[in-house]
Design a protein around this ligand. Structure first.
Ligand SMILES: O=C(O)c1ccc(O)c(O)c1
Ligand SMILES: [Mg+2]
Length: 628
């Protein structure tokens, strides 16, 4: 599959854009006219820059308001086209994108448009150039790719072809099967963009909210499959108009774009068996979280050890060659790494005590690793002692690590191979069974990056975004989860540092795991057991319980019990949810304990109360309220 992206999709100036596009691994680039006009240099220089970076210029665009113009505008329009042809020849591209006319001066009529295109085709052919016609979803007469195709067909010129753009077709819900019968040699290029479903004016939606395939809600894979079914083997080119991307990191957005296309190609080749040169193992099915690892130092480890003990964890094993302790309860494993060298130490030095790594248990770790690398994930490796496991790992949110383990290889035995069991008295656990979810806090503008990362590599889906109201601002929360619920990652995107999430990022110098939620089958028994171990639950305002009792019609006895143990309550159509929180540790890390009785959500409506309580607890006497 040949990949391309339009310069309009990323931020920066033209040379910087081209460099990022090449570095991300694209084969081609669409030069947007405005990027070219703002560049202080000859078209030939742009062409040279692109070629030096190994990029083909897939097209020049857009050429607007061409077809159906009345005289004398018509001849001026052709003159304008000839000027663009000059630029294209100097740039070194043979294709121009003509988007459907939006001018109030334009005249309709399929045959009129077709004859204009025939003439343009003649002129283009003289110079060895080609013309592609795209239906804008808001075009005056032509707003549907089926009509654009009819014009191209009637233009009946080998140098005139169709340009498909998933946004224009999918935003108007045009049946993608209408693409299947178009001869592939008549499709000059295919542009791809996704978008979140928002009910708004098509033009505004298109110009501000497009995003990478897989990041939004449109069926872009089905669109690309229909294209592949024609036999089309040309470029798939991203054309993403997005305000956030225009202001974002040039490199990161280009990298997301490349990942999105590779993932799309993978979906297409899986469903159509088309040979498009994308071959990787399927999305990794995750059985759960193998472990979460904290980086800290010997001093701070004392407090963490105390907290883990209060949560009912038992120190079960020590690493054979490194200063790492393994704590266990139920199926949950927590590693505490106090090595004074290596990656964990570097993470600790930058961030302080931090859950910098996690392991995901998958069906086949080697295959998952291959897939991750095929999708541009950054591999991580560090030396291990003889006889110890080299666990495959990739870099995740905030540069943290994701280890991949499985049960089909010795990797699943890491706790026996790399660790030695310790005998200690077993004081009994607190009933914590599994990791219910891992919550990662990140800057809002990184959320799409990591949603795409997780959903492309692992067999997961994203849930709709919800707003979490923090007294200091709004935090947007979105979940990546699998069908069985064995992997649930909640991502909280902070826009300012006055929210608890924003404070965490600012003080931790970056994104990462902010809380871990453990599951229990009996929240009240667990609460009691924790209390007896000296665990201090986060105090929740009594006002909350009056409200919950009234809102859900709870038995007053139950709401008394909830209040006594500081347990939050929620309910959805599937069942009930109970949540208990620790106070914060360091700059805002905390633990959560949950019991799900069928409930599928994450207690978003309780977040405001929990956040207010956490902030109150974090704020020492005398610190002004808006400091955290
Ligand atoms: O928003 C536009 O005008 C516009 C221009 C060119 C395109 O290829 C497109 O999809 C949209
Ligand atoms: Mg387009």
């Amino acid at each position: 599959m040949k990949t391309s992206i339009a310069t309009v999709s990323i931020s920066g100036e033209l040379p910087e854009k081209l460099e990022a596009i090449a570095k991300a691994g694209f084969d081609g680039v669409e030069i947007f006219e405005n990027d070219f006009l703002a560049f202080d240099g000859r078209p030939s220089e742009v062409g040279r820059m692109a070629r030096d970076l190994g990029l083909e210029i897939t097209l020049f665009q857009p050429f607007r308001d061409f077809e159906g113009m009345p005289k004398p505008l018509r001849s001026r329009t052709f003159d304008r086209a000839e000027r663009k042809f000059d630029i294209m020849q100097e740039l070194g591209t043979d294709l121009v994108l003509v988007c459907s006319n939006v001018s109030s001066a334009a005249l309709g009529g399929i045959d009129r448009a077709a004859s204009d295109f025939h003439e343009l085709g003649e002129r283009a052919a003289k110079r060895g150039l080609r013309v592609g016609y795209e239906a804008l979803a808001w075009g005056r007469f032509i707003s549907d790719h089926r009509d654009a195709w009819e014009i191209v067909r009637r233009a009946n010129h080998p140098n005139v072809g169709l340009i498909l753009d998933s946004f224009h077709s999918l935003s108007r819900k045009i049946d993608v099967n209408s693409i299947r019968s178009i001869p592939p040699e008549r499709i000059f290029i295919v542009q791809l963009a996704d978008a979140p479903l928002i009910d708004m004016d098509l033009l505004y939606w298109s110009r501000h909210f497009r995003n990478m395939p897989g990041e939004g809600d449109l069926p872009v894979a089905a669109f690309a499959e229909a294209v592949a079914a024609t036999g089309y083997d040309g470029y798939f080119s991203l054309e993403i108009f997005n305000d956030q991307f225009r202001g974002g990191s040039t490199r990161a957005i280009a990298a997301d774009g490349h990942r999105s296309l590779i993932y799309l190609g993978d979906q297409v080749s899986r469903s159509t068996r088309a040979t498009i040169g994308i071959d990787m193992p399927p999305r990794a099915s995750a059985q759960g979280v193998g472990f979460v690892e904290f980086a800290t130092d010997e001093d701070e480890a004392v407090e963490l050890d105390g907290l883990l003990n209060a949560l009912g964890f038992r120190k079960a094993a020590v690493h054979r060659s490194k200063k790492v302790n393994l704590y266990q309860q139920g199926e949950i494993r927590i590693l505490v790494n106090v090595e004074p060298v290596g990656f964990a130490y570097a993470a600790y030095a930058v961030h302080g005590t931090f859950a910098y790594a996690m392991a995901l248990a998958v069906d086949d770790a080697a295959a998952a690793y291959r897939r991750a690398l095929a999708l541009d994930a950054e591999p991580f490796r560090q030396p291990v002692a003889d006889g110890e496991l080299q666990i495959p790992a990739i870099r995740g949110v905030g540069g943290g690590l994701i280890y991949l383990i499985d049960h089909k290889s010795p990797l699943g035995q890491f706790s026996n191979i790399d660790f030695e069991a310790v005998d200690g008295e077993d004081a009994g656990d607190a009933g914590l069974k599994r990791i219910d979810h891992i919550a990662q806090t990140l800057a809002y503008d990184e959320m799409l990056t990591w949603l795409l990362f997780y959903t492309a590599i692992f067999e997961t889906r994203k849930t709709p975004m919800v707003d979490i109201i923090d007294p200091g601002g709004v935090v947007r929360s979105q979940v990546v989860e699998n069908d069985t619920g064995s992997l649930r990652i909640t991502m909280n995107g902070a826009e300012n540092r006055r929210t608890l999430a924003g404070h965490f990022i600012a003080e931790k110098f970056g994104s990462g795991i902010q809380h871990l939620a453990f599951s229990t089958d009996d929240i009240f028994a667990t609460a009691k057991s924790l209390r007896e171990r000296g665990f201090k639950a986060l105090h929740i305002s009594p006002n909350y319980y009056d409200d919950v009792e009234a809102r859900f019609g709870l038995d007053p006895h139950l709401s008394e019990q909830l209040k006594a143990e500081n347990i939050l309550y929620d309910r959805d159509e599937h069942g009930e949810y109970f949540q208990l929180y620790s106070g914060t540790y360091g700059e805002g890390f905390f633990f959560e304990i949950v019991e799900r009785r069928g409930y599928r959500g994450y207690g978003a409506s309780n977040a405001i109360f929990r956040i207010a309580a956490l902030k109150k607890q974090m704020r020492p006497e005398g610190v002004p309220k808006d400091a955290i």
